[in-house]
Design a protein around this ligand. Structure first.
Ligand SMILES: Nc1ncnc2c1ncn2[C@@H]1O[C@H](COP(=O)(O)OP(=O)(O)O)[C@@H](O)[C@H]1O
Ligand SMILES: [Mg+2]
Length: 327
């Protein structure tokens, strides 16, 4: 007999969170199925967010609300603006200069996040996964987890090493990392290089790392991409467990089987805009959705590796400065 996996430290039951999924779905069934519809308990509300790259309008969202406690899928053809939207709301990119009468604004759990740094956004409880970049591949699985803990308020793992309070804190963080690795069946890999993991194991590590900071909402960009079909079922299970234990999930996915299977609500983007919203079964049959997919132009997916690059961070900062100068 193997020991049961150690429980991940719980943050207790959350007030007003729909742990009962059937009740949540009944509630969502009452929500108007139209772009920008109000949700009963939005964890995130976004207004007037626009991002242009030269002549291309990557994102132009008037209004979007994400229901707390739900698994919301964001779908749409390649180039629809899904990844750019994720980048914007998590502070890894900035909206284009505000246009007349439209001020970008988004509120997560009551906190205004426009013009907040990616680090602060993560601290506020909205965390996105990152693909393993070359640098992270050269670290062990455990070290990747410890790096995820940097999102914790007040922690700076690499500089705090010699502070007396550090030892106790470090022990707690390692314990938490070990519990999460066990939960995602990566405990036997803790000392392996992350680069040696399979596609599916990488996705699990990305998820486990994001959970080190106990996010209220986790954002997954194509969690099934590159995952061996044998592992997809367990990944689906993990995502549903996250929701059941109190984490709101927003994910981008191309695999419609997965979207249909696990999401409570689906938001459809096309050419930067939200074109449809609703429960999965209804949305997939919607004319705007069929049109969006038929009219898809298959741009190259830029991925998100560039975001962890220092040059990229500086480029965003420089653009910000330039925009301030022009404003
Ligand atoms: N850094 C960038 N520079 C120039 N164009 C970009 C950049 N990022 C995204 N785009 C463009 O913005 C549009 C939306 O892209 P993206 O958000 O990656 O779409 P999706 O994730 O839905 O496939 C596409 O036309 C894409 O080419
Ligand atoms: Mg994308």
């Amino acid at each position: 007999m193997t020991e049961p996996a150690p429980a991940v430290p719980a943050r207790g039951r959350l007030e007003g969170y729909d742990y009962d999924r059937a009740a949540l779905r009944r509630k969502l069934a009452e929500v108007p199925q139209e772009p920008g519809s109000a949700k009963p308990q939005p964890i995130l509300a976004v207004d007037d967010i626009v991002r242009r790259f030269g002549g291309v309008t990557a994102v132009d969202v008037d209004h979007l609300e994400v229901q707390r406690g739900a698994i919301t899928a964001l779908i749409g053809p390649n180039g629809a603006g899904k990844t750019t939207f994720f980048n914007l709301i998590t502070g890894f990119d900035r909206p284009s200069r505000k246009e007349e009468g439209r001020t970008p604004r988004w509120v997560f759990q009551g906190t205004e996040l426009a013009s907040t740094s990616a680090f602060r956004v993560a601290q506020s409880g909205m965390v996105r996964t990152f693909q393993l970049t070359k640098a992270l591949e050269r670290m062990t699985v455990m070290d990747n987890m410890l790096l995820g803990a940097q999102d914790q308020p007040g922690e700076r793992i690499l500089t705090a090493l010699f502070r007396p309070a550090w030892r106790k804190r470090e022990a707690e963080i390692r314990e938490k990392a070990a519990a999460l690795l066990a939960r995602f069946t990566l405990d036997t890999k803790r000392d392996d290089y992350a680069g040696s993991l399979s596609g599916g194991q990488r996705k699990l590590l990305e998820m486990a790392r994001a959970l080190m900071s106990d996010p209220a909402m986790i954002m997954l960009d194509e969690p099934m991409a590159g995952v061996n079909p044998a592992l997809t079922q367990s990944l689906l299970g993990h995502i549903q467990d996250l929701r059941d234990q109190g984490t709101t999930v927003l994910f981008v996915e191309h695999d419609m089987h997965m979207v249909r299977h696990i999401s409570d609500w689906v938001v459809v983007m096309a050419e930067g805009r939200v074109v449809a919203e609703g429960p999965p079964a209804n949305v997939m049959a919607h004319q705007a959705v069929v049109d969006a997919y038929l009219g898809s132009h298959h741009d190259q997916d830029l991925g998100d590796d560039a975001l962890l690059d220092e040059d990229f961070g500086q480029a965003v900062a420089a653009e910000d400065a330039e925009r301030e100068g022009r404003a």
